[in-house]
Design a protein around this ligand. Structure first.
Ligand SMILES: Nc1nc2c(c(=O)[nH]1)N[C@H]1C(S)=C(S)[C@@H](COP(=O)(O)O)O[C@H]1N2
Ligand SMILES: [Mo]
Length: 542
């Protein structure tokens, strides 16, 4: 009889690879073993050229917004994770198909041995990928690597065993009548039955793995969620008494931690153990230095209200948030690092191998640059950079590493992770104004005045502040909006314009001026390479 071929290989590859994903998933959630599908994806995104990645991110962000999903960063993470798993499954399917087809063409007498070889190849590949990612993992490298190789070998052997089982000639049962097509027909029925059983068994493993992994993930997540009392739970915001009140429907001026956007280069964030973590300082220094988290926390704390935005944020996108950061001023820490006189830059590298280079001049001239460990009064959560991240006023998030591990003093500038991939060198935040709401349901009518509709939103210009916001209706004149006192000089400003509207369809446009009085850029530009620009507008029908 003939060996099973391509089509059967597709099915078997899918079944076995789905189980493998489930097993890797449980290992990850249970003890923090590497989740190979995410690693493979992360590795691919790192070796592919920046233009391909940028195109991919762009397409994803556009698709997410076109679908009307508000939380772009959460949706983007979910999309990335689904893609990673889909690609991994596809690799398994293609391999299964080729494996079965080849054994058939070669009329191979062996099945299990070639399966073992394929498993070993993938195992070695996963180890190489993990090593090149250089991620800081929860478990020792030898354990992670043994796990990956073992799982892949088991997968390969299973592939071989299934192939052998489907190739074996079925022995005639007593009493069966032989017919010309007997063999083929019975073989087919037998094969089908086996494949159905295999499908059921692997589906069980996959579902069980997904459920168990999810449960473990929930219980582990509870431990990493911001613990302790939030600063905002007991304290009034510094501008609580401001006379200008946000128009109803304006986004919260102080972003709840849960709603803060999240952007990073890996499919799952690196989990750092704060007790063994050390900030390692080396390079052009008198003597290499290691600081514990407690030592950094013991320095005089600095509290700052900060608006962080991603350079990938489209105009009016959701990749922006404002909270209260706490950390140590880098300027005050600098003398302790004992830099050599020829040091000019610091290269900061993170647990996920992200890196950026900061000019020492920036740190020396701006005491606000800080190494932050708390957000809203509680330790940074894992996705947002626990245990330590840097804050550099006036720049987009891409310049500000989370999960900092090492600082290396050097005598030259070099492009950071995203700069190397084609994004702007300085990545200075652009002045931007956004209409959050045209609050049609909250019309204001006062005796002797026109009925007005509150219109409002935010405007920001990095650390430069906002001096003026203007709104216009259709192509009419610009009208000045009211500005609410901001939380600080480095946060967004909430503006409000009570609009004396006319019935019909109208387009409202907003624009802002930064603290120096410079008008924002009117020219529409996409996020790549230096941040989006252009006036935001909203059309309403009254
Ligand atoms: N280590 C590390 N730091 C990082 C990144 C990253 O991928 N890895 N992404 C940067 C980018 S592009 C942004 S916009 C901000 C996002 O910070 P958040 O996720 O806490 O909002 O982190 C920055 N710091
Ligand atoms: Mo970003």
């Amino acid at each position: 009889m003939r060996k099973p071929g391509f089509g059967t290989g597709i099915l078997v590859g899918l079944f076995l690879t789905a189980s493998l994903v489930a097993i890797f998933y449980v290992g990850w959630k249970l003890v923090g073993l590497p989740f190979v599908p995410f690693h493979t994806f992360d590795w691919a995104t790192r070796v592919l050229p920046g233009s391909v990645i940028t195109f991919g991110i762009d397409t994803m962000v556009k698709a997410i917004r076109a679908l009307g999903i508000l939380d772009t960063s959460a949706a983007a993470k979910a999309a990335e994770q689904s893609m990673a798993i889909a690609i991994f499954l596809a690799i398994g399917v293609v391999t299964g198909a080729i494996f079965f087809a080849l054994l058939r063409i070669l009329r191979s007498r062996w099945s299990v041995f070639p399966g073992l070889v394929v498993g070993a190849l993938f195992g070695a590949g996963s180890v190489a990928v993990a090593r090149s990612l250089g991620r800081v993992e929860a478990l020792p490298r030898s354990i992670s690597e043994a796990w990956m190789i073992g799982a892949w070998l088991a997968w390969g052997v299973a592939l071989g065993l299934v192939n052998r089982r489907l190739s074996s000639r079925r022995i005639a049962l007593p009493g069966e009548i032989a017919r010309d097509d007997w063999d083929d027909r019975v073989e087919r029925v037998d094969r089908r039955r086996f494949i159905v059983r295999l499908g059921a068994a692997t589906a069980t493993i996959t579902v069980a793995g997904a459920v168990v992994g999810r449960m473990l993930g929930e219980s582990r997540r509870r431990g990493t969620v911001a613990s302790g009392k939030r600063w905002s739970a007991d304290n009034r915001l510094p501008n609580a008494g401001a006379t200008v009140k946000p128009a109803p429907g304006t986004r919260p001026e102080y972003t709840p931690l849960e709603d803060h956007y999240r952007i990073d280069i890996t499919t799952s964030p690196p989990v750092v153990d704060g007790t063994t973590w050390r900030l390692k300082v080396g390079g052009l220094v008198e003597r290499p230095l290691e600081l514990t988290l407690d030592q950094i926390r013991a320095l005089e704390p600095l509290h700052q209200f900060v608006t962080l935005a991603c350079i990938s944020n489209p105009i009016a996108g959701s990749l922006i948030g404002t909270t209260r950061w706490t950390g140590a001023s880098f300027q005050r820490l600098l003398p302790d690092l004992r830099l050599n006189p020829n040091a000019t830059h610091l290269k900061i590298t993170s647990a996920d191998r992200f890196y950026e280079v900061v000019d020492l001049e920036t740190i020396r001239s701006d005491p606000r640059v800080m190494l932050a460990y708390d957000w809203d009064g509680v330790p940074l959560t894992t996705p947002h950079g626990f245990p330590l991240r840097i804050y550099i006023p006036d720049h987009y998030g891409m310049k500000q590493p989370k999960w900092i591990q090492t600082i290396e003093a050097t005598d030259h500038w070099e492009p950071g992770y995203w700069v190397k991939r084609g994004w702007d060198k300085t990545a200075r935040m652009k002045a931007t104004a956004v209409i959050d709401t045209v609050s049609v349901d909250m019309m204001l009518s006062e005796a002797g005045k026109d009925t007005r509709i509150p219109v409002g939103g935010i405007a920001h210009a990095g650390a430069r502040g906002i001096s003026k916001v203007e709104v216009r209706t259709d192509d009419g004149p610009w009208h000045e909006a009211q500005l609410r006192t901001p939380l600080s000089g480095t946060t967004w400003v909430v503006w409000r314009y009570d609009w004396p509207f006319q019935k019909g369809q109208h387009r409202l446009t907003v624009r802002c001026y930064d603290g120096s009085g410079a008008l924002q850029n009117a020219e529409m530009a996409p996020p790549h390479p230096s941040g989006a620009s252009g006036y935001h507008d909203k059309t309403v029908m009254l």
